[in-house]
Every structure is written in C-alpha cells, then in structure tokens.
Design a protein around this ligand. Structure first.
Ligand code: NAD
Ligand code: UGA
Length: 463
C-alpha cells in the first residue's frame, strides 16, 4: 500500500517538526497537521516562518520549503482524518493529576479522544500510528475503540515512538539512530508496517529501520528514556561525592566515558535533568511495574527521579549556605530558564524548582533567557502553586539582557547551557555586582579559571 495522505493529530514539539521533515522528504505525500489549539495552528501558518511556535535550529527553513506545497497546518481535524490513509497521534500524554495513578500514570484521555474521533469520522480503512509516548499495551485499548464502530472500516495500529531530542530535533529527524515501528504480527499488520517503512525509506537507510511487535516498540520508548535519564542521575550522584573528595566530575566522566562499553555521551553533570518526558516516562514505568506487582523493579527506576529531585534541591541549598545562610532580600541573577539550550521549552526545567526554593528563602530573582519570555517564566512558577501569582511577580523580574539581570546581584546562577553565556563580558558583569561576587554554574560551562582571575567566587557542579 502506498501512502499519499497523512494526517497528524497534535501540532506540538513532536508533531510539528516530525511532520515538517516527512513533508520535506516526501514531496508526493500530502501531510496535514491538525490541532485543537487555534493559536498554535495560526502560529504554524504565520507568513514569517521565524514566528512558528517552536524554536528549533533549522526548523523554520524546513517549514518554509514544504508549507503550502505538501505540508498544511489546520484546525479542521475531522476533514484531515477523513482524507488520510495514515493518521499519526502525536498529542500530549502528561502525568495524571487526579484519581488513581495521580502523579505517576500517564493521562491517556487525549489519546482516547483521538481514537474515538478517528472511529467516528473514518469512512475508509486507515493505519493509525502511535507517535506519542505511551504505556505498554495502549495499542490494545486503541484497538478496542476502533474495532467497535460497527461500520466495517478496518484499522491497523502501529507504534512508532519518536526519539528526537529538543534543540537538535531537525538533525535527529534527518539522521535518526534508528526508526522503530511496532505492529501486529498478522499479514495485514505486516502490510501496515511496510507502508510506514516505505515512508521513512525516502531518506533513512532501511538497515536503520527496525520492526518489532507492538509491545516491544511501546516499551522500548519508555526504556530508552529511562536509560538516558539514569545516566544523568548516575553522574549527578557522583558529582556530590566529587565535591566531598576532591575528585572532579568532568575528569571522572571523561575517564569512564573512554571505556567503549560505557561511552562518552550523556555524562554531563548538571543541576538536574528537565524536559517534558524523562520524569513523566519514568514515573509511568514505575507505575506499570507496580501495577504488575514488580516492586523491586519499580523502586529501582524511581531512584532515578529521587536522585534528580535531590540534585535540584542541593543546588538551591548550596546557594543559600554559601551566601552566609541567607538570601533574603538579595538579588540573584538566573542565566537561563529553558530545560536545555537551543529550545524555548521550559517544561520541568530545573530552573523552575531552584527558583521556587530561592523565592521561599525570600530572594529577589532576576532572570534572563535568550528564548524564554516573561509570561512563560511567571506561568511556570504559578503552576507550582507555592504562592499567589502576585507574590511571584513581586519576587521575580525578567530582564531584557544579561547585564541588566546581573547588575547589583549578589550571585549568578547558570541554569541552562546556552553557548552565548560563555562569551559575555564577564569583567563588566563582575564590576557591576555586589562583592564577593558568586557564580553558581549549574552546567559547568563557564571558564572557571578565567572567572576566578577576574575575582569571582566560582562554584561548579562536582568539583
Ligand atoms: P505538546 O504538548 O507540545 O503537543 C501536543 C499537542 O496536541 C498540543 O498542541 C495539543 O493542543 C494537541 N492536542 C491534544 N489533544 C488533542 C486532540 N484531541 N485533538 C487535536 N489536538 C490535540 O506535546 P509534545 O511535546 O509534542 O509531545 C507529544 C507526545 O510525544 C508525548 O507523548 C511525548 O511524550 C512524546 N514525545 C515528546 C518529545 C519531545 O521532545 N517533546 C520527544 C519524543 C516523544
Ligand atoms: C529526551 C531524549 O534524549 C530523546 O531521545 C527523547 O525523544 C525525548 O527525551 C522525549 O521522549 O521527550 P530531551 O528531553 O528533548 O530528549 O533532551 P535531552 O537532550 O535528553 O536532555 C534532557 C535533560 O537532561 C535536559 O535537561 C538536559 O540538560 C539534561 N542532561 C542531558 C544533562 O543534565 N546531562 C547530560 O549529559 C545530558
């Protein structure tokens, strides 16, 4: 079966970039990305592709090339579902905030709504692709909904998890380590798998396209994120021991990373991992393990989250103790708010939690991030519900530029590893700060030697 029309439900961080690249690489396929959020769709359709709602290096060029040719963004969800032979579900699957499994399980209400809408609207056979990250065996629930329409339409369900990382989404999509496609072992299932393989084969070497059964594919996505996050928590755990013993975590990471069995990636000690997925996916894994009564498995993975929470709290605590046990009324500059560089995404960013701790200690925060706007910063803090929005507004100022953020500050905290932070005029920043001038580098990106020579008291992670 040759696919000519694709619909993707969900125009977010995954749906938008993924479909833009499919459209760019498959000019013969019409790709329509739909979303309930009208403002988001309007931004994807903005005449100036620099105003698309997601900042990702290279993405605006890909959108500019394909949009209007074979890439469309729309709020007409039913029309797009009806037209397409293949429908990707790429909606959000946040951690549940209510009822059983609250704080642990994935909330699948958006997924179920999509399945029901597809069931209602479809008049011809369709392949439904799970692009969202889902608990293992979700395809079974989707299948139950789709197979009970009574109108004779037949559905195949595939699992095709996405492994892109934000900040490098376009590169990751163009050169993926692998594409994973899970499907039914029946003949019809294999035909559906092959149809999706053929889409990716337009630009990905077939040797890198891996096909499995549905459950292996669903579980591999949660597993990949759990392994990646575990590496960060492992090196962060060691960073605390380094601070006590005189070892340097960067040297330790390099030394172990040269062992080809360990490898050098994902060993950067930090203020803690953030992002919309690591925590959510591990909590989900823990919940699933517990649901099967596998308590040791659950406890093992939960420790990755416990360590990460500890690392964030440890960072704010260190700022307070170093500043003579009080930050009350002191100005502290935050460089960075995004959860990593080269993205405007702030979901679960360590900066939010460090800020919350320091506001509890009555610090006055002045934040600068090259890509995150004031409204987002305040809404991230308000979401925690630790105090009123007015109180957050009183304690937090968002600066236009880094020099303004750091002027008269007692300390600077680096929360995101933006490249530009290295190139600032650090002498000028020092001259305009309160003395002693402290720098807490939560990403180990600044030149410690140079800063110390200027006069700063420099504190990195794990040294
Ligand atoms: P997102 O919140 O950025 O986007 C989801 C979009 O879906 C939103 O715009 C929302 O309005 C829309 N939506 C929700 N329900 C809808 C419905 N019924 N009909 C139409 N639109 C609907 O989320 P995201 O970051 O793109 O993540 C999507 C999924 O991909 C999640 O399961 C996530 O775990 C997974 N994932 C994310 C990343 C990442 O880097 N962000 C990477 C890999 C996998
Ligand atoms: C991560 C995975 O890398 C992707 O493969 C996956 O598709 C995605 O989650 C997802 O499912 O959402 P992402 O969260 O976008 O991607 O970014 P990462 O590069 O993985 O970084 C996650 C967090 O870990 C960031 O806060 C980053 O600063 C931190 N990190 C990463 C470290 O502190 N140290 C490291 O060595 C690496």
């Amino acid at each position: 079966m040759k696919i000519t029309k694709i619909c993707c439900i969900g125009a977010g961080y995954v749906g938008g970039p993924t479909m833009a690249v499919i459209a760019q690489k498959c000019p013969d396929i019409k790709v329509t990305v739909v979303d309930l959020n009208e403002a988001r769709i309007a931004a994807w359709n903005d005449e100036d592709t620099n105003n698309i709602p997601i900042y990702e290096p290279g993405l605006s060029d890909v959108v500019a090339e394909a949009r209007g040719r074979n890439l469309f963004f729309s709020t007409e969800i039913e029309k797009a579902i009806d037209e397409a032979e293949m429908i990707f579900i790429s909606v959000n699957t946040p951690t549940k905030t209510y009822g059983s499994g609250k704080g642990m399980a994935a909330d699948l209400k958006y997924i179920e709504l999509c399945a029901r809408q597809i069931a209602r609207v479809s008049k011809s056979n369709k392949i439904v692709v799970e692009k969202s990250t889902l608990p293992v065996r979700t395809a079974e629930a989707i299948k139950n909904i789709l197979d009970n329409t009574g109108n004779g339409v037949r559905f195949q369900i595939l699992s095709n998890p996405e492994f892109l990382a934000e900040g490098t989404a376009v590169q990751d999509l163009l050169n993926p380590d692998r594409i994973l496609i899970g499907g039914d072992t029946t003949e019809e299932g294999q035909r559906a798998i092959n149809a999706l393989v053929d889409v990716y084969a337009n630009w990905v070497d077939r040797a890198r396209i891996l096909t499995t059964n549905l459950w292996s594919s669903e579980l591999s996505k949660l597993t990949a994120n759990a392994f990646l996050a575990q590496r960060v928590s492992s090196i962060n755990a060691l960073s605390e021991l380094c601070e006590k013993t005189g070892a340097d975590v960067s040297e330790v990471a390099k030394a172990i990373g040269m062992d080809s069995r360990i490898g050098p990636k994902f060993l950067k000690a930090s203020v803690g991992f953030g992002g919309s997925c690591f925590q959510k996916d591990i909590l989900n894994l823990v919940y699933i393990a517990k649901a099967y009564g596998l308590n040791e498995v659950a406890d093992y993975w939960e420790q990755v989250i416990i360590m990460n929470d500890h690392q964030k709290r440890r960072f704010s605590h260190k700022i307070v103790t170093t500043l003579y046990n009080t930050v009350s009324g002191k100005k502290i500059a935050f460089l960075g708010w995004a959860f990593k560089k080269d993205t405007n995404d702030t979901r679960e960013s360590a900066a939010i939690y460090v800020a919350d701790d320091l506001i509890n200690e009555q610090a006055e925060l002045h934040v600068f991030d090259p890509k995150v706007e004031e409204g987002q910063i305040l809404s991230d803090l308000n979401y925690l519900d630790s105090r009123t929005p007015e109180e957050n507004r009183q304690q937090v100022t968002v600066a236009e530029n880094p020099y303004e953020a750091c002027k008269d500050a007692h300390a600077i905290a680096v929360l995101t590893e933006w490249d530009e932070f290295r190139d600032y005029d650090w002498k000028k920043i020092y001259d305009n700060m309160m003395k002693p001038a402290f720098v807490f580098d939560g990403r180990n990106i600044l030149d410690a030697k140079k800063l110390t020579e200027i006069g700063f008291v420099y504190k990195g992670i794990g040294s």
